[in-house]
Design a binder for this molecule. Structure first.
Ligand code: DC
Length: 229
């Protein structure tokens, strides 16, 4: 049995890293870790409690929250204190606030601790903004996903339309561009490509094609592991 591996995928919003990570995890029977869902859950709870502007209160929330992720049939179900918040963490309000909450170093420290613990079991595909650089710097395969802002806007706009959310294409584009700026520009664990990450631009690549390419990359890693034994 080859050693259990960690695959880490970072990239900006709408770059398709969740789709890729989920597909790889399902194909290989690996665990899928959506780290963004964790930052979203804290943000949602902070907004609900009316404490999102109160940094010490948000830190306290992050230290005491009972957060559970469950990957079922391609969907990450998120529970806070056993209440399911899967849909509530994906609203425009959470989108608009999550970058602010996720730049708080103490919040990051709490969530990174949980993420590293989950990674200890191995055979995991993790995705986020700092999983290749901070959470799993020794991952067996690191991927930095990108796509043009236009393409990422089209993807997010389509998702909102499917959920009947009233939002203009221009607004979606501005929100994405703003989140890119905040996530890449923050002082702690900014989004950036790790030196040893494979850069993967999927602007014009279909999802099935992308999966084939990425599975080949994983197989190379697994073959390398076998040869080095
Ligand atoms: O991947 P996503 O859009 O669900 O992530 C939501 C936000 O959470 C993103 O704008 C920045 C933050 N995030 C982070 O700071 N670090 C991570 N590892 C994952 C997400």
């Amino acid at each position: 049995m080859p050693r259990k591996i960690i695959i880490a995928i970072d990239g900006p919003a709408g770059s398709g890293k969740s789709t890729a990570a989920k597909n790889i995890a399902q194909k290989l029977g690996f665990t899928y870790l959506d780290t963004g869902a964790m930052y979203r859950a804290i943000t949602f709870m902070a907004l609900r409690k009316g404490i999102a502007e109160d940094v010490p209160a948000v830190i306290d929330l992050a230290r005491n929250i009972d957060l559970r992720l469950q990957f079922d049939n391609g969907v990450t179900r998120v529970f806070v204190n056993d209440e399911e918040v899967t849909d509530q963490i994906r609203t425009a309000e959470v989108n608009a606030k999550v970058s602010d909450i996720s730049k708080i170093p103490e919040v990051r420290a709490e969530l990174v601790k949980i993420q590293k613990k989950l990674g200890e079991r191995g055979n995991i595909v993790a995705e986020g903004r700092d999983v290749t650089t901070v959470v799993f710097p020794n991952a067996d395969l690191k991927i930095y996903m990108t796509a043009t802002l236009e393409e990422r806007t089209n993807r997010r706009y389509k998702e909102f339309k499917e959920k009947n959310v009233e939002i203009s294409r221009e607004e979606v584009k501005e929100n994405l561009a703003k989140r890119d700026r905040l996530d890449s520009g923050r002082a702690v664990s900014p989004l950036k490509k790790a030196d040893d990450a494979l850069e993967f631009d999927n602007t014009t690549i279909s999802i099935p094609n992308e999966l084939d390419i990425l599975i080949d990359k994983v197989k190379e890693v697994l073959d390398g592991n076998r040869k080095s034994r």
